[in-house]
Design a protein around this ligand. Structure first.
Ligand code: BES
Ligand code: MN
Ligand code: ZN
Length: 513
């Protein structure tokens, strides 16, 4: 579902630009003690003091997110002015700016107009470069009105569509900064938003439609859109032949055939450059298998493929931005079902690595599909590997819905991912990965158990994966708490951690340019 929102940057070196621009709404800021930004001052002068008058009349304080909408201001071509309080300009950090952009975006929903101009220059400070602000404003404005309407019959009725209220679809950033970097930054933000939209749409699609073959079809579709992207699908039968016993132990209970989906993006000058590799958990529905889950909230387990969806969203971004690096995306897609062919608790399987695993709980299936995918990617000689998985309920208990859980065997990679998350407010938090946790996986009959007891569940899951990632630099992102929200206004798939991963790769691409 793409409601297409477009962004552009317009130079506003002349002060008269602000009052002379035809617009449905022009957005300007003011600060504590009702101090107007330079752009707001120009508008105030052109309208003979209308802006100051309204701030006085309403006893405006200038605290962040305070908003006033002026309709049909005199002396100004724009139909409306949205005055937005921004608090103390020195306190504006990434978190505060995110709140501010979402707050003004919510106000813009109330206008019946499509073209909005934003004057963001006044928000730039020592911590916040203009390019960061342009990129993230575009990203946040484009994601703000996301709705998942695929299954609403009204949304497909064209007569009803035309009567729908208008809302902003075109944003122009007015800036005095005459730099080629800003249009580029805006393009990056819009592309990240589009990638997140793909990730959310896939996450929100229910298990009856979104099964492993559907994910494979989506991957093929993506590869058909971009010349530098190729797709290969390995089906369950072939996985069995090559010895991926852990992957097949999960897939075999379902009528849907499991798939290992491979996407290769060749953006580097050197085709043989080792790829940044991303492995997504793609359990299209997780019943728990024979260790079946309680029925309460089981419907949420349609989101158990959000790691896979993030890989697809990320690859769309990498292709749209034509990053000069190689990137490989891998999706371990299977449905975890109980049936006459399903794995029993106590079954022992041989993984692709040769290690044997006693499956003590068939609901700890994510690590089983992932361990074989993680062994498989060794053949690509990856530069780094990041896996993304809705892996443990314990992660939701530990970190809630705000931070993604992270474990890694290479601290510089961990540090880069943490920094990337901080920068774009798609936060991650590292958990310790030490031998004590690996010990919890000891098994008397097989090399490993697939569960590590009641305590430290997120870490023992990571420690299990770490047994299969010793030959490369690796990080694991547990997105069980961050990939979707079960209730509230923003219910459904969130698109996380696509911003974190995209920003990491964009940073890497700049280094190699
Ligand atoms: N997909 C679930 C993890 C999950 C559960 C994410 C609830 C978000 C909300 C995963 O496959 C799972 O079932 N994990 C088990 C592991 C346990 C059996 C060791 C869990 O977390 O309970
Ligand atoms: Mn499970
Ligand atoms: Zn699962």
């Amino acid at each position: 579902m793409s409601d297409s929102i477009t962004f552009s940057v317009k130079n506003a070196a002349k002060n008269t630009t602000f009052s002379h621009t035809t617009s449905d709404c022009i957005v300007v800021f003011y600060f504590e003690k009702a101090k107007l930004s330079p752009e707001a001052r120009h508008l105030d002068a052109a309208s003979q003091g209308e802006l100051k008058k309204i701030l006085q009349l309403e006893s405006a304080t200038g605290k962040a997110e305070e908003c006033f909408l002026l309709r049909a201001p005199s002396g100004i071509k724009a139909h409306r002015i949205l005055l937005v309080g921004a608090g103390d300009p020195d306190q504006l950090d990434a978190r505060a700016l995110k709140k501010l952009i979402f707050a003004l975006g919510a106000q813009l929903k109330a206008i019946s107009g499509t073209h909005v101009h934003l004057c963001l220059d006044a928000l730039v400070n020592k911590q916040i470069p203009a390019t960061w602000l342009a990129q993230h404003s575009a990203q946040w404005l484009a994601t703000q009105n996301y709705e998942f309407k695929t299954y609403k019959s009204d949304a497909h009725d064209n007569r009803k569509k035309t009567t729908a209220r208008k809302h902003p679809t075109r944003y122009t950033f007015l800036t005095a900064k005459n730099s080629a970097e800003l249009p580029h930054a805006v393009r990056i933000g819009a592309s990240i938003a589009a990638g997140m939209r793909l990730t959310r749409d896939l996450g929100n699609t229910p298990g009856n439609d979104c099964h492993p073959s559907y994910l494979a079809a989506q991957a093929r579709k993506l590869a058909n859109r971009f010349p530098k992207l190729t797709c290969k699908i390995i089906d369950e039968k072939e996985m069995r032949t090559i010895g991926a016993g852990a992957f097949c132990a999960v897939a075999q209970g379902s009528k849907q055939s499991g798939k290992l989906i491979l996407l290769h993006y060749k953006g580097s000058q050197k085709r043989s450059d080792s790829p940044y590799t991303f492995v997504g958990k793609g359990i299209t529905f997780d019943t728990g298998g024979i260790s079946i889950k309680p029925s309460q909230s089981m419907e949420e387990m349609k989101y158990d493929m959000c790691g896979a969806a993030a890989v697809l969203g990320l690859l769309q971004i990498v292709n749209e931005l034509a990053l000069p690096i190689n990137v490989t995306g891998v999706i371990a897609a299977a449905e975890n079902m109980p049936s006459g062919e399903a794995t029993r608790p106590g079954d022992i399987v041989t993984t692709l690595s040769g290690k044997t695993v006693e499956i003590l709980n068939t609901d700890a299936e994510g690590r089983l599909v992932l361990c074989d995918a993680l062994t498989y990617v060794e053949r690509f000689h990856p530069k780094i590997v990041v896996d993304i998985a809705t892996l443990t309920g314990a992660c939701v208990v530990a970190l809630g819905h705000h931070h993604t859980g992270m474990l890694s065997n290479h601290q510089p990679l961990a540090d880069q991912l943490l920094a990337s998350g901080l920068q774009c407010t798609d936060w991650a938090w590292q958990l310790p990965l030490t031998e004590e946790y690996t010990k919890q996986l000891d098994n008397t009959v097989a090399d490993l158990s697939n569960i590590g007891g009641r305590t430290g569940g997120t870490i023992t899951a990571g420690a299990f994966l770490a047994e299969f990632t010793k030959n490369y630099k690796w990080a694991h992102l547990d997105i069980a708490g961050t990939a979707w929200l079960a209730s509230g206004a923003k219910q459904g798939a969130t698109g996380r951690p696509v911003p974190l991963l995209a920003n990491y790769l964009i940073g890497e691409a700049k280094l190699t340019r």
